[in-house]
Design a binder for this molecule. Structure first.
Ligand code: MTE
Length: 315
């Protein structure tokens, strides 16, 4: 159950999880060294983990009574195909990504187009802590403590025009930094999109951090989308372009397998993916399976947007 309130981060269960994450992190770095993995990868990752701001300085907009997934699992079990299709590939390869400095091109139906620095678009003095469930179409899930700003706050800055109906996002596609681009597993650059009302929904977050620190490369540094009522693949990483359009954007997953991945991709236990049942999910770190909730449990905040739509056709 998701509860919206403004208590501080410290008043939750997190002190315990922080410690276990810290311990597992040490174990993992030790384990990698023992396995003979080049020292550059974990060292490069460690450099990125700068603390973002004192925790007390940030409001906590969304809380959860569920246990957080350990940091080591969130940062080492990833889908980021630009760095390889294996779950461990992004952790191993994403040290090549250069997230600073970072610019984002803004174009299409906006009054303020241009090339913005990340800091111009995202107000780092207004970051919020938000605990969200992430549910992957592959039927695993996590609970993640993100740090970010509402996407709506960024859209307000760039001033969408009245004809804008969709937001299209694009990930960096640089073969020098992203070895996975050599393989045509997806239509590169990775593209995702939201309808305007979805993008303006308060739950839609542009994340720049997790677990109190800057977001690690493999999780989408320096800025990624998080839309917790949709399957994980809608949460596009390392965004370099935001475009406002009047037409539904063609998304990478939809282009590669239209029967499997629709534009909406709302978490829905009633509509199975051709290869994975969507009725249950395995929470990373738990035994057994739990029931998947419609809209990933966020229905109260999002179901209205889909009233009257046939979600088995608009999957
Ligand atoms: N964004 C890009 N650019 N490339 C990707 O391969 N994978 C998606 C999404 N965003 C992906 C991406 C998928 S399938 C999932 S489940 C989530 O990222 C995983 O996010 P995480 O690695 O932070 O758990």
């Amino acid at each position: 159950m998701l509860i919206k309130h403004k208590h501080s981060w410290h008043e939750t269960e997190n002190s315990v999880t922080d410690e276990s994450a810290y311990l597992s992190r040490r174990t993992i770095i030790g384990g990698l060294a023992a396995a003979g993995v080049a020292a550059t990868a974990p060292m490069a990752l460690a450099q990125k983990n700068r603390v973002l701001a004192p925790l007390a300085a940030r409001p906590t907009a969304y809380q959860s009574s569920e246990s957080l997934t350990p940091e080591a699992a969130i940062t080492q079990y990833n889908n980021y195909y630009e760095f390889g299709t294996g779950k461990g590939d992004p952790f191993e390869n994403a040290w090549r990504l250069q997230p600073k400095p970072w610019t984002i091109q803004v174009d299409g139906l906006v009054d303020k187009p241009g090339t913005y620095s990340l800091e111009d678009l995202v107000d780092f003095n207004a970051l919020e802590d938000r605990i969200y469930r992430l549910r992957c179409v592959e039927a695993w899930s996590m609970v993640v403590p993100w740090i970010g700003v509402p996407l709506a706050s960024v859209l307000k800055k760039i001033q969408p025009q009245s004809g804008a109906k969709y937001v299209r996002f694009e990930t960096l596609a640089d073969t020098k930094q992203m070895p996975g681009l050599r393989w045509p597993v997806l239509d590169w650059p990775y593209v995702e999109g939201l309808r305007m009302d979805e993008a303006m929904n308060d739950l839609a977050l542009l994340a720049v951090g997790l677990y109190g620190k800057e977001i690690p490369n493999q999780n989408g540094a320096p800025v990624r989308l998080v839309v917790p009522w949709k399957y994980g693949f809608k949460s596009i990483k390392s965004i370099v372009r935001i475009s406002l359009t009047d037409r539904e954007p063609r998304t990478s997953w939809n282009v590669s397998a239209p029967r499997e991945y629709g534009f909406y991709s709302n978490v829905n236990p009633e509509v199975d993916h051709p290869r994975w049942s969507q009725k249950r999910e395995r929470r990373i770190g738990e035994f057994g399976r739990r029931e998947t909730l419609k809209f990933n449990g966020y229905g109260e905040m999002v179901a209205d947007m889909y009233a009257g739509m046939d979600l088995s056709a608009k999957y």
